[in-house]
Design a protein around this ligand. Structure first.
Ligand code: GYE
Length: 344
């Protein structure tokens, strides 16, 4: 009998595992393994958990993976949450599908990192009509702010300006403030608020320097593979690149590989100046080696703030319309003080 039960249990577990595997491989709406629980919305002592549906836009970069870890670590059962986490693999249609799934399951809150700025009005209205508060995380949406409760993220425009000012300082230190400076840019996912904000911010500083010339810019989608491909193309097209601006570290790693492949000595003072964003551990290590010249931090640890804001809303308290994460700028002067503590 016991043997039979055990065998039956093993069979059932296998069937469930097979079913979940097939569901997760073909559907964008899958519940993360860590959130599975026999009585998902209740703790062992019978308390109700706050049900949150989270749509992450993808896992294109180290930053993104760190952001997902921060969200999962903060919205844990121990903190009173039942989290349904979905990865949309950089596709807006997958995010919309996931959000609609959360609405039909009547979760208590919906949170998501929007892949692009535009295209959210309809689904946000649907969530509003269903009475589910929506919290936007990381990037922004262009929709009317009455359609969501709050936003927690980074000041992308400021980051772009920090990058421009960082470049001006490097040029000044090298006595090149008045030289003609040829710049190429590797942009993040086109239409994302990180790409738009960083570009606007950098352009603002660029416009103040008549001697800075933008040779070219291309969309590298925030990935290392695209970064390498685009940089290889730039190196074939131009032999006079002074500065490479990469809108994240993952693309910078790709661009550096392309330069290495083209025979550029990355330790030579004559190599192009590299400006990057995120300040991942790998990025900071490259700053300490003098390979990346300026790395503008983008803070992915938005999980604790998300948890805090939801608890405030649960208590019926008013929350702000926007929360900005704290961010620094790294150069050879300060990177080594931070590199060891980087978790991403
Ligand atoms: O810089 C990049 C990522 O939106 C701030 O997205 C985020 C950006 C981040 O994939 O690495």
């Amino acid at each position: 009998m016991t043997k039979y039960r055990i065998t039956k249990k093993i069979m059932l577990t296998l069937l469930v595992a097979l079913f979940s595997a097939s569901v997760s491989s073909c559907s964008p709406f899958n519940v993360d393994e860590t959130t599975k629980n026999e009585k998902p919305y209740e703790t062992e002592t019978g308390e109700n958990l706050i049900r949150v549906g989270f749509s992450q836009l993808g896992s294109e970069s180290k930053w993104r993976r760190a952001n997902s870890v921060s969200i999962k670590d903060s919205l844990k059962v121990e903190n009173g949450f039942f989290l349904q986490f979905n990865n949309a693999r950089q596709k807006q249609e997958n995010q919309i599908k996931a959000i609609r799934g959360f609405i039909s399951q009547q979760v208590n809150y919906i949170a998501f990192c929007p892949v692009t700025e535009d295209g959210w009005d309809t689904v946000l209205k649907e969530a509003k009509d269903a009475g589910i508060p929506v919290i936007i995380v990381d990037r922004q949406v262009s929709s009317d702010s009455s359609l969501y409760t709050t936003w927690i993220g980074e000041n992308m425009r400021q980051e772009g300006e920090n990058a421009g000012e960082g470049l001006a300082k490097v040029l000044e230190d090298r006595g090149r403030s008045h030289d003609k400076i040829n710049i190429v840019e590797l942009l993040g996912t086109r239409g994302s608020s990180s790409q738009i904000g960083r570009s606007i911010g950098f352009d603002t500083i660029c416009d103040k320097h008549q001697n800075w010339v933008l040779l070219d810019r291309e969309d590298g989608d925030f990935t290392t593979a695209k970064g390498q491909e685009i940089m290889a193309g730039f190196l074939e097209k131009y032999d006079n690149i002074d500065v490479v601006v990469c809108q994240n570290d993952d693309m910078a790693i790709g661009a550096l590989q392309a330069m290495k492949n083209a025979g550029i000595d990355l330790y030579s003072p004559k190599k192009p100046i590299i400006i990057s964003f995120d300040a991942s551990r790998q990025g900071l290590e490259l700053v300490t080696k003098g390979i990346i010249d300026v790395d503008v931090e983008c803070n992915p640890a938005s999980g604790p703030k998300l948890s805090e804001v939801i608890h405030e809303l649960e208590m019926g308290n008013q929350v702000e319309k926007a929360y900005y994460m704290e961010e620094k700028v790294f150069t050879l002067l300060n990177a080594s003080d931070y590199v060891d503590d980087r978790s991403y």
